[in-house]
Design a binder for this molecule. Sequence first.
Ligand code: HEM
Length: 223
Amino acid sequence: MKEKFSFLRSTIGRKQVVALTGLGLSLFVLTHMAGNLLMFVSPQAYNEYGHALVTNPLFIFAELGLLAAFLFHALVAIRLQILNRSARPNGYAVTAKGEKATDPISKTMAIQGLIILVFVILHLIKFKWGAHYTVDYGKGPIRDLHRLVVEVFAEPGYVAWYILCLVALGLHLSHGIKSALQTFGLHHPAYQCRIKLLAIGYAVAVAGGFIAQPIYMFFFFKG
Ligand code: HEM
């Protein structure tokens, strides 16, 4: 038991916590993006999906799991970065080149994470705890989230802010998924290129799917 906790305090243990929670959060954003695509089908399909989700008795457990994953991911990642910095306060004497070079996306992971954190907090205030409109499709009143989404994405400032944050999310996913898979041992030179492509494809699908939503609402949706 004691050994298990000391493993979690080691660098590799911490990396595995960040990787595992990161992969869990990556699955969450994929399902959230895919569910939201129902706004392209009809307001009713979108609202009924949202209603089915929040009235599911297991929803509270999913929310608690999500909150725990967010907290562990952010706090352990920050701790790892602080430990890395204090281990080499003056940086490397020689700059790495080629495969080993730290690209700007990996260097700014903490900043991207911070942008995503601020985004999620404001996002929850706006949508989860925001205006509570209702609509009735014949089975009693349910929350009209579609109306709220239309209202929010009618404001150009919001659309721009969302796109900026979703680009940060895409960058974070493209580097994060690749790193997480490597942390779990998938770093054989033969698979390197495929892992990178998989991570980029996933990031583009998630961020692109999300970005399409404010753009559609702002430019094309005729209520
Ligand atoms: C265009 C993009 C997005 C739209 C239109 C959107 C829409 C929504 C809506 C309407 C809700 C409220 C659901 C409800 O209470 O029934 C919600 C909840 C949430 N969204 Fe988003 N979302 C978007 C992007 C994102 C992204 C990129 C993230 C994370 C990085 C995210 C994280 C969350 C979380 C954590 C919740 C709360 C889930 C819960 O109820 O526990 N969303 N979103």
